[in-house]
Design a protein around this ligand. Sequence first.
Ligand code: SF4
Length: 356
Amino acid sequence: MLEGGGDAGAVRNVWSHRAGRWHKNPSRRLVDDLDALPFADPSDYFRYPFVRDFYRFTYPIMTGRGCTELCTYCVVPTQRAMYAGNGLPIRKRSPENVIEELLWARARFGARMFKFEDTLFLLGEEWVARFFALYRERVRLPFRGVARPAFLTDATVRELAASGCHSIICAYESGNEEIRRRVLGKRETGAAYLEAARRLRAHGILFQANNILGSPGEDLDRAFETYAMNVATRPVVVDSDVLRLDPGAPLSQLAEVRDRRPPATLINLQQIMYLCVALGLPQRVVRWLVNAPVNPLYFAVGRIAYAIGLKRSTGIPLVPFVRYGWHVARDGELVVEPDRWRNDPRPHAEALAAAA
Ligand code: SF4
């Protein structure tokens, strides 16, 4: 439409900037039937060999849109509010439609391993049973995915194991019950995470744990409850970050997270968390280590350890893994910016307009 000289001001979902003024068009209605959409085509990215060779082994797939949860640090509550009354917030593709996309990706891009990116992946035991029956019959490639403990029932973990699941990513976020449930809005109990880890391990499935450090109300003692939860479950890799919020996320409205600079102890813990968990270091040793000034050694050692763990967790062959990692490092993504943890309290739309 724009190529033909049309008016962007008439296109729903599109904002335009004309004569010094923003024109904000209303949102388009959400598509209820996801099977009607074309498959996501990564051709533009796959023109670059280092991207293509890496993502062939972690080919991203979405089985649905939306989420059953409303975590306070996530973009989902903002999206839910933006589209209220304008379509179904939670939508799932049919198993047959997802299988068709996997086969297409295998034939067209040489996909060798898939990554299911959405938290709806394992929603609904009937969907799961139907999907994996088809997967075993027609796809037969290893895969990994994201899952909440509530979805990792005995039956589902058996389906995962029988279908070639390499690893599962579980977001612990915090080992402290109050922070996880009351501050971050996650409903799972600590016991549910422990049980999910035990189940996956019993079926030979690796798992990655994601953590958030520096949530409101978290002091160093509470951060060490997260460390303890990781040590107790021994994930194959631990991905920790200091709290950073999407603009407009419910938690970003709290005064205490605005313009906040996390203490050095938390930044240090973030850098060396995985290495210390992998070595099973006692807390008293880790507490001593995190009292050092923020330093490049922790950063370097932490990154190397994380890369090794991630390599195991993803199953990506060495050459594409190192090549992709080299590009990421060279482009500066591994540099810690001083403003990295600054949180923007404005609603998403306002922040976008200001940045434009
Ligand atoms: S953090 Fe994950 S589980 Fe929570 S609302 Fe966002 S997508 Fe859903």
